[in-house]
Every structure is written in structure tokens, then in C-alpha cells.
Design a binder for this molecule. Structure first.
Ligand code: DGY
Length: 322
């Protein structure tokens, strides 16, 4: 029987290529470029599977153009690149990579919160520019983190891991809002209290966004929401671009509606709204919340495990459709 053919949409760890190679014909992306949609479709013509980084849109049009495709395995937990109903209708399996990145991503969420609240990027630029003349009591004075109120919008696994860091490590009061309230034992484990969205916006000193992107969560934070936040508050987005209205955020940061923001994800990334690039009170990073080599390899291994299970006729480990 011919071996299944798997296309890797970007460079993958050598161990993952080695994991797949005994069982599949692996087609790599030797130049590690982001293929255009037309190029991806052309390359998928003779492929059974795609291992993707969550950046290629998989929708009815692409599926119709690639009739041999049977499974798309994202190496990311987010799967907003999938049109899930279209994949199900076409009989194409989708999988994601949850859990293996939870703690690493929560670490980064906290790092971005700290960097933003304590103005680490701004002060480093000042120092590198040779502007530092002397010690001053209020030089780059930032916001308190310990003992402050941490707001979390979206309380899945990553939200809960961030809550534990805030409550147990930094003595923060943790409030959260989510589509549904957590079970009491989960709330107790991360010492977090459920509140309505308006209350979350009003009370958070630091508001962290960790909800999945969907049509429903598009621009969950826009001008109206920013106006409800404290002028001393910080906003951190490690979820997905598009959850925040980036133009409204840039305006709010300029106007002092909120104090600062930390963004790891952007609407239309890798493009970044030019207004965000010119405001000083912001920390910007290129979608690296899960980026430790150990975690990125674990994410890619899980995607490969899903492909191998699928081609062995077993249940995939982390299906996003059935
Ligand atoms: C994910 O897994 O969805 C992350 O955003 C990628 O780092």
C-alpha cells in the first residue's frame, strides 16, 4: 500500500521529520517560506495531509481544490485558520495541539504583563539611546503587580495557569470572565472569582486576554471597552489578533485612556498597525508566547502523533471536528 503523503507547511524540528518519515512520504518546505494560497493549493494536489503552523486558511474553496487532502494537523492550540464546518462537510479531519503549551504560554503572559506594567521596553530603549543622565525617584515608575487586581478574559487552561501564577505567586486578586463559570474546584485551585465583563473591565489593574478568536470574540476590546478600564490599567493580549481593535487601542494609549499595553498578537499579523508602532507605552512581541524550543517541539510532535494515529486508522488525539 502506498505510504500517506504529508506536506509540512513550514520548517519543522528534525525529530518530527524523523518521527513521520518511517511511516509517511514527507514533503518539507526547504526554504521555510509562508506559501501563498495558490502555491499551497498547488503543492497539496498530491498530498493526503498537511501539518500546519495555524497560519494557512483551510476553507471550502481550498478543500474543493485539494480533493486528496484528508487531514490538517495544526501544531497550535488555536485553530481559527480552520473553517470547521467546511472541513467536516468535506470529510477532512482537523486537529490542534492543546495542553503541551499551557504552562509555557502562561509564563509568557506573565512576562509580558511584568514588562508592560514595569515599562521594561520603554526604559531599555531610553538607556540604549544614551538618554540616561541620573537616578530619579520617578524614572520609568510603573504599575504595581503584586497585590493588584488581575483580570482574565477567557478562562481555559492557559487562563487558569495565569490565574495560579497571579494568585499564588504575586498575591493578586484574580477576577475572570468567560462564556461559562468554572466548576467550584477549578475556581478554588486558581483562586479566581467569576464576574461580569463590565465589572472585569472596571476593576482590573491588569487585564489579560486569553480567549479564542471567533466571529463572536472579534473586537471584544474596542473603544467602548477601553473607556471602561482604569486610566492606570494595562492590557495584555496573548490570544489572537482581532480580539482587540488595534486602531482603537493605539488611540486609547495616546489619549491616556489606559496606561499601557503588551501585545504578542495582531490583527493581520505579521503586519502591525502603524499607529501601534509609534506609541511608546506598549510592548510588542512577534507571536512568541509558546516559543521555547522544548514546547514548540512538543507542539509539533503532537501534530505528528495526530497524523500517525489517523493514518494507522486510530482515533486522533486532539480532534477539532469528528
Ligand atoms: C497557539 O498555539 O495557538 C499559539 O498562538 C501559537 O503559539
Amino acid at each position: 500500500m502506498p505510504r500517506p503523503r504529508v506536506l509540512l507547511s513550514r520548517a519543522m524540528p528534525a525529530e518530527v521529520v524523523a518521527q513521520l518519515s518511517p511511516h509517511c512520504e514527507v514533503q518539507a518546505n526547504p526554504d521555510d517560506v509562508h506559501w501563498s494560497r495558490a502555491e499551497l493549493i498547488a503543492r497539496l494536489q498530491d498530498q493526503d495531509a498537511l501539518l500546519d503552523t495555524g497560519t494557512q486558511r483551510i476553507d471550502a474553496e481550498l478543500l474543493a481544490a485539494c480533493p486528496r487532502l484528508k487531514i490538517v494537523a495544526n501544531m497550535t492550540v488555536g485553530f481559527n485558520n480552520f473553517d470547521v464546518p467546511a472541513m467536516t462537510a468535506a470529510g477532512v479531519q482537523g486537529t490542534n495541539a492543546p495542553d503541551v503549551l499551557t504552562e509555557t504560554t502562561a509564563d509568557f503572559g506573565f512576562a509580558l504583563l511584568m514588562a508592560t506594567a514595569r515599562r521594561i521596553s520603554e526604559s531599555e530603549h531610553y538607556l540604549r539611546a544614551g538618554k540616561w543622565q541620573s537616578w530619579r525617584y520617578d524614572l520609568f515608575a510603573g504599575a504595581e503587580v503584586h497585590g493588584s487586581t488581575l483580570g482574565i478574559l477567557g478562562m481555559g487552561r492557559i487562563g487558569q495557569a495565569i490565574a495560579r501564577r497571579g494568585a499564588l505567586g504575586f498575591g493578586m486578586q484574580v477576577l475572570y470572565h468567560n462564556r461559562s463559570q468554572l466548576a467550584p474546584d477549578l475556581e478554588a485551585a486558581c483562586q479566581a472569582r467569576y464576574v461580569g465583563k463590565q465589572e472585569l473591565l472596571r476593576r482590573a489593574d491588569h487585564l489579560l486576554l486569553v480567549l479564542p478568536y471567533s466571529a463572536e470574540s472579534h473586537h471584544s476590546i474596542g473603544a467602548a471597552e477601553l473607556a471602561q478600564m482604569k486610566p492606570t490599567a494595562t492590557l495584555i493580549n496573548i490570544a489572537r489578533g482581532g480580539i482587540v481593535d488595534d486602531a482603537a487601542l493605539a488611540q486609547a494609549l495616546r489619549a491616556g485612556t489606559i496606561a499601557a499595553a503588551g501585545l504578542d498578537v495582531f490583527e493581520g499579523e505579521p503586519q502591525v498597525h502603524p499607529d501601534l508602532l509609534s506609541v511608546p507605552n506598549i510592548v510588542l512581541t512577534p507571536h512568541i508566547a509558546s516559543a521555547t524550543l522544548a514546547t514548540r517541539c512538543a507542539m509539533a510532535r503532537l501534530a505528528a502523533d495526530n497524523l500517525l494515529a489517523f493514518f494507522a486508522g486510530k482515533d486522533v488525539l486532539t480532534a477539532v471536528n469528528t
